[in-house]
Design a protein around this ligand. Structure first.
Ligand code: MN
Length: 347
């Protein structure tokens, strides 16, 4: 199948999915700001930059304006240097919020967006369930795995060239889909997600390379830090709870940054024999960060987190505990034991 054939196969579905009013706005606006949420991830950035590229193809002037500079890992997005962290000097005729439902989630950029004259048209494109957008012009699709899936459908509906910029547009959009599905592993991956990804692959997105850079590459300091912490895994007597802790001295001795602890809890959660994985991070003399992962049919992670005023999802949650590391570990293990025996459901 050629790119053209693949695109036209999806055209009817895309045209039905994208609200007509939104398509009309995208076709008529001449000067547009696109705003991703603060501390943007690959989906927020890919969606904003992808939309920029699609609308620029049509002759519009488009700025991507974000409250925070993208993290270094998102250099995998080939159009990343187009993100502005200060507002354009021109006033737009439309402003589009992507990958979040409220201007509040866009930090400083959202505040500037709200301060624009009321004559500026506001629109929202997002895939989050909890979206509480009050924008009159919104497209919220919780069945989309990523906002980038939705932006690709917009490109198809508008008849844009997905292979534009020597595959950079396709790579930009693919990065968001790979991020939000963990390379098609999460259950949010639908046949439509794979169809859209097929289109992007055909259009030049290096899916394997993007996936490697987002999910399977780390600085040496991070691998050494993980090795050190994972060498100290502890297990409850019944084997069902596993935990490990990172100390400030681990960071110093491996020369790692605090964010390089990312992923340790997911390795703990891979242990077959356990159904609760706990990861503790020493934050200060009286402050410990807890991350929780649980398996299907196991405890609800939010119930463990709630014991310490934390929150999250049933399989992944977290909390900040105002106690030194050792006390925090002891308190959480007591909490897990009482939840297992059905005694400690107080929150
Ligand atoms: Mn997203």
């Amino acid at each position: 199948m050629t790119l053209l054939a693949r695109t036209s196969a999806l055209h009817a579905e895309a045209s039905a999915a994208v609200p007509a009013e939104l398509l009309q706005l995208l076709q008529s606006a001449k000067r547009i700001w696109v705003i991703p949420h603060e501390r943007p991830d690959a989906d927020a950035l890919g969606a904003a930059l992808g939309l920029q590229s699609i609308l620029t193809q049509r002759g519009a002037e488009v700025a991507v304006f974000c409250a925070d500079a993208p993290a270094k890992v998102y250099e995998v997005i080939p159009t990343i240097d187009r993100v502005l962290t200060s507002p354009p000097e021109w006033t737009p005729d439309a402003v589009i919020l992507v990958d979040c439902g409220e201007a509040r989630r866009a930090g400083r950029a959202g505040a500037l967006m709200e301060a624009l004259p009321s004559s500026v048209t506001r629109a929202t494109i997002d895939h989050h369930v909890s979206n509480s957008s009050t924008s009159p012009l919104q497209w919220i699709d919780p069945t989309a795995a990523a906002t980038c899936e939705m932006i690709t459908l917009i490109a198809v509906a508008l008849g844009s060239d997905l292979a534009a910029e020597e595959g950079r547009l396709a790579a930009t959009l693919a990065a968001g889909i790979i991020m939000d599905t963990a390379t098609f592993q999460h259950s949010n991956t639908t046949p439509r997600t794979l169809q859209v990804a097929g289109l992007l692959l055909e259009a030049g997105a290096p899916i394997s390379e993007i996936s490697r850079r987002l999910y399977r590459s780390k600085p040496a300091t991070q691998v050494r830090l993980h090795a050190r912490v994972l060498d100290r895994i502890e297990t409850s007597d019944d084997g069902l709870t596993v935990w490990a802790a990172v100390l400030n001295s681990d960071l110093q001795q491996t020369n790692a940054q605090p964010e390089e602890t990312e992923g340790i809890v997911d390795t703990l959660a891979q242990i077959n024999e356990a159904d609760v994985a706990l990861f503790f991070k020493e934050e200060g003399a009286d402050s410990t960060r807890l991350s929780i992962r649980t398996k299907e049919q196991g405890l609800d992670a939010t119930k463990i987190a709630a014991l310490f005023q934390g929150g999250g999802h049933a399989r992944a949650a977290g909390a900040s505990i105002a106690a030194p590391l050792d006390d925090a570990v002891a308190a959480v293990l007591r909490g897990v034991t009482s939840l297992r025996t059905g005694r400690g459901t107080e929150s």
